[in-house]
Design a protein around this ligand. Structure first.
Ligand code: SF4
Ligand code: SF4
Length: 376
């Protein structure tokens, strides 16, 4: 270890070296400010999409008499179930379903970045993750410390998101036939799913509003309540993140056991006690890497290349994967769907009446009328 007066750690509390030599100060630039910037930018993009979508629906509601505003395809990023079905349809048929192609590409980008860098989407891009984090920070300020549910409650609750994911995976991948899948994707319900989602929030019921307010309030004392316990999307990304070859590693030789990494971890991972982080809850936020006071002690390492991956590379590549995949969709003509404005105006007359199948058997039945017709 090289010793330099300015490079060594001076604070008494940090000085608990395992070796005789003084530990070298971690001078690598933190990335949390960049992360916050990316989170804000992405949240603003979502707000802009929301405003544009509102104007589009207003145009439809007017029967096409107000100024035309085109539908922003990015809204399909908020249709994860439909996108998952489109992905399965793509695997089955090799075709990109034309109802919500942007949703499919957004989902693909998120899945790929999770396979490469873990749950980076949750901590860098997801607007709900961003709001959830802000509420958790507010809770830290109010309660003057980071509260956490007791293990006996935390563990079973963390399982809930996997149950929700399991339900969707079971229905989509095991219950629905290819015909049922196609029937659902072609159904008026799916074609107008983004508009129905808009009405869900624009004309929110007292019950739904109470649930959302409850989740917001719970997220203040219980950091990441939605993300940690309920989000099935996060559950899927958590499973994929375990396959990611990029892992957070602690150098036990240079570690001074200060515990700063574990203290800042929003996922309550005991980073200071483990050599390699293999956790479905790690969001690759890199707060622990930034907080570690000793150089080259907490690093992201590629298990394949056996090389260190810089924080900057993770940040740039995360945004890059998203931009490249969604950009490819735009350049290849797979961003906009093929529903015409006239078709939207016609559907608008019935959109409030479209209900969605709510059980596995109803999903299964989607494919049956055609099967029965064929038999007759
Ligand atoms: S282990 Fe580190 S990178 Fe993972 S969630 Fe905790 S602070 Fe973020
Ligand atoms: S790895 Fe964690 S415990 Fe070890 S020096 Fe870094 S912050 Fe402190």
């Amino acid at each position: 270890m090289t010793k330099n007066a300015e490079d060594t750690i001076g604070e008494k509390t940090d000085l608990q070296p395992n070796e005789c030599s003084k530990p070298v100060r971690n001078t690598e630039k933190p990335v949390q400010k960049y992360r916050l910037t990316v989170q804000i930018a992405f949240a603003l993009l979502c707000v802009w999409i929301g405003v544009e979508f509102h104007l589009f629906v207003r145009f439809l509601d007017s029967g096409g008499t107000t100024t035309f505003v085109s539908r922003p395809p990015g809204a399909e990023g908020f249709l994860p179930i439909s996108s998952l079905m489109s992905l399965y349809y793509f695997f089955q048929t090799g075709e990109i379903h034309t109802a919500h192609p942007a949703g499919l590409f957004i989902l693909a980008a998120i899945l790929i970045m999770s396979l490469v860098f873990g749950k980076v989407f949750c901590s860098w891009l997801c607007p709900i993750g961003f709001v959830s984090e802000a509420l958790g920070d507010l809770g830290d300020k109010i309660f003057k410390r980071r509260l956490r549910l007791p293990g006996g409650l935390d563990w079973p609750l963390r399982f809930v998101k996997y149950l929700l994911l399991g339900f969707f995976v079971y229905v989509i991948f095991f219950v629905m036939t290819e015909l049922a899948l196609r029937t659902f994707l072609d159904s008026p319900y799916n074609l107008t799913a983004d508009i129905k989602m808009y009405y869900f929030f624009a004309e929110i019921t007292p019950f739904a509003l109470t649930v959302i307010v409850g989740l917001v309030l719970l997220s203040i004392p219980i950091r990441g309540f939605w993300c940690r316990y309920l989000c099935p999307y996060g559950a899927l990304l958590g499973i994929l993140s375990l396959l990611s070859p990029q892992k957070l590693k602690r150098n036990t030789t240079s570690c001074i056991d200060c515990g700063k990494c574990a203290k800042v971890c929003p996922s309550f991972i005991k980073v200071d006690n483990i050599n390699t982080v293999w956790s479905d809850e790690c969001t690759s936020c890199m707060a622990c890497v930034d907080a570690c006071p000793v150089a080259n002690t907490l690093v992201i390492e590629s298990l394949i290349a056996r090389r260190r991956v810089t924080k900057r590379l993770v940040a740039v590549a995360t945004v890059g994967i998203f931009v490249i995949i969604t950009g490819a969709a735009m350049l290849t003509g797979h961003w906009q769907n093929n529903i015409t404005t006239q078709q939207y105006l016609e559907q608008q007359l019935y959109v409030r009446g479209y209900g969605h199948p709510i059980s596995g058997s109803e999903m299964e039945k989607l494919g049956r009328p055609q099967i029965d017709d064929e038999k007759q």
